[in-house]
Write a protein of this length. Sequence first.
Lengths: 313, 639
Amino acid sequence: VPDIAMWGAPGSGKTTFLYALDIALNRKQFGFTMTADDDPSEMLLINSGGMLAGGREFPTATLGIEHFQWSLYGRRRQTVSTGGIAQVVDQQQKIILKLADPSGELALRANLGDANRKKLITTLADADGIIFMFDPIREAEKGDAFETTSGLLHQLTRQVAQADPDNFDGKLPHHVAICVTKFDEPKVLETAESLRLLRYERDDLYQFPRVDDSDARRLLTSLCSVSSSGNSDLMLNSLDQHFYADRVKFFVTSAVGFYVNPSTNKFDRDDPQNLVKDTAGFTRSTNSRIRGPIHPINIVEPVLWLGGQKSRR
Amino acid sequence: VTNPTTISAQWALHGKRLDRTGYRILACSDGELGQRNFEDAISRFSPGTPGELPQVSVSYMQSATVAGVSYLAMAVHKFADEIADDDGQQLKYDDDGRRIVITSYFCLPFPSLEGQAFTHRAVAYQALYKKLDSIRLPQEDGPPLTLTLATDAIPTPVIDDLAMQAAALLLTFRPVCVLGAHDTTAAERLAFLDAVMSLLPYGLRAATTAATWTRATHRDHRFRLFFSDVARAADPPDRILYWGQPEETGITAADDWAYEYLTWLRDKAGQPVAKLAGLIDPMRFKREEILPFLDEIGIVASDPGLNYSATGHDYLHEPHVPRPTPGQGQGYGEQILLTCARHLREDDQGKIKSDISRLKNMADSTVDDDKRIRYRRILKETGLLKQAETLGGDAGKLYEPLLRLAFTVPVSYKGYCQLEDCLENPAPPRPLLRAIDSAGLSDQVVTAIIYWRLQALDGRTTLDKWYASGQVSASQLIQLLAASGLRPHHARVICDVTLDYLDKMGAHTKPTEIRAALQRQSFLGHALQANKVGPEKYQIDALSQFLRSAYPNRLDRSAILQILTSTRHPPTPPLVAAVLLRASGQPGTRLAGTPADLVAEAYAYGSLTLADFDPDTHRRLEPLLPLLPLLPAENLDWS
């Protein structure tokens, strides 16, 4: 059973990503249904869907670390070898997601001594898969991706190395899904467009743009170049250095997706934003809100990819 | 009566600013506690990502610079956009447009709270909340606040069974979670926390962590007493209470002193509050600090002189359960047994009654085998079973729960042997025998033993009733006597009972039935020898009586052959002796001629043919055996 932990700076969308998972499974036929494995996880599953899809509210920032366990049930086509002959078969599959959703603050250097940060390191060290959230908007404004990544990577590496010094070869054993979040943000969409990375699937009713997984790294690299600190290329190098290349995959994601023009029932390039963000501050009467139905993009895929990897235990 | 007291409160304001640096201390007091202390405490005692606010949490903090000084901390959690009277100073939404949670955190020096104004009255969380909630903390660092608290602001806690259960469960040292209170306000929940804490020593507030709400997926939170929507996935699981449903609470005597404490609280019906409020010295939820308190109020008194780690007594021969290691201490049940033994030695009748009551409560719950073994060790080491006899007519009241705790009831033969081992005496006192009988007897061996011992003390009534009940027969008793694994003195009792039964009930039993039963057991010669029943003289006399019951007339040739050659075991010398005596017709009459020769030859024949020799030896002996007359076929058909 692969354990999956989340990692990302404050506001990078970790919780929203998870809250959108069940909606995403219901939007597109992935062949999986999701259920919770215990009472707290079930309550979260029920409330999260209701909050995003029904209330169109964003979750408040996570405090501490949230732990929950959801299971995906479905069938997948797999290649099996019988007597030396490879066959594609449709097999029943259950993916258990033991998820840890930490407060983004724990990734900040200012919280090095926080007791919960130590728990986060342990959670990451014990995990099989990591969903790493890269927030291009934060990087453009704050430029602390390297700072929030580097410190944790050092601590994580030390913990993993010390746990099994005889077998540690300098690389972390985890599978990592690096998610470039907030694809629905105009700046990210424009960057992808300028790089000619946008793709449209013929059978997509809404004609949402997507960035192919094989192009995701390129988009990330480009977004790193506009980092306010100029250090985000260091973040990418740091990840490359610490994880095996064949265990890392890039995804371009959006939890809320793009707005669907009600008159055409399609994506509208001139009015793409599904998230209305008023100016943050002191006196707004409402917080960020979601305009229309949620159409998550690339939310299920990283989870299925990580869930399909073998547990290290 | 207004009797205000003034205390200094250190504080911190926790929230966000518009710089994407996340939650942090926005401002704090410039007292002994610094920003780092506050950050650590707020993170450590976080109830998790909020659902509905406001909520309140209480915790504690130790002074980093002054040893022994501790603080009671109260945190008030609110959404910034719901704080109405902050003059627009507080940021409502973060850079991502998310609602900001503001935590107003206050640290009150614990000793001040026991000051003059609070003598004999516990500080109520509600009163503190009412006071602290009205304070708008500044956005800039500043001096500690001076607060005036008055006792007339302290509401009387409402004590109900759920509060008592929560208080008792806190003494299990496991977190206590209250579910199903979603329709209540934070203030109502705080009132419940107050009620619970009023049922515990006031000093425990120095180490209490409680919250009016926690998020179940924030599973590693550190609250001892808290409300939640669902039970978190904790290992071991939290103790669960259901709001308004005290009958759903699973608290039993297996919860040891927590259960006793609940009983005590219920018995006192609200009286404890004043007494407990007076116990103001800071305490922690640690065994070594709770047990003396419980002892002080008469619930548990440890007996250092009988402490396992101090006695150095040998184990009973029940090796599977390790003795508690030094420092590990005894469980509650062991403590009660040790205390009871001490009270018996001191002849403290009042406390013994209380001990008996506790033992009964313990016995009403499930007791596992490991505990039974430990309890038996204590019974042996303290001589409690023997001591209990000194209670005279009340001894049975103590024996009854002891039997249920340390042995399985109904009492089996195995249990009876364990009891004898604890007693270190094969003759249990009469009240104990009566208690065993009352507890129930699970097999006929122990029934025979108990009733036989009772007839020696009380007369035959019970024994005769048993005989007459039809629950036992001669055949069954003969079979019991031949059973392996009986202790010799028990086999002797069974033999006596069997003979007694044949004597009293012989007229109701056909000799042919007795004969068949004896034949199946090789006429008991081997059984009495194997079970070491009495000296040989006893065996000869007993076997003679058995033979007389089976063969009322003198033994004829056929009977002699049947007894000595047609069984499963070779004849024993006492059996041969009994046969000779029974074959002679009259005691002291010497056999001559054919019958004596037959007995001798049959003895030789039976000894050789029924012995457990190897087949080759049997083949070699066969032509050398004496020639015996064949038995009629019906005499061989007993197996």
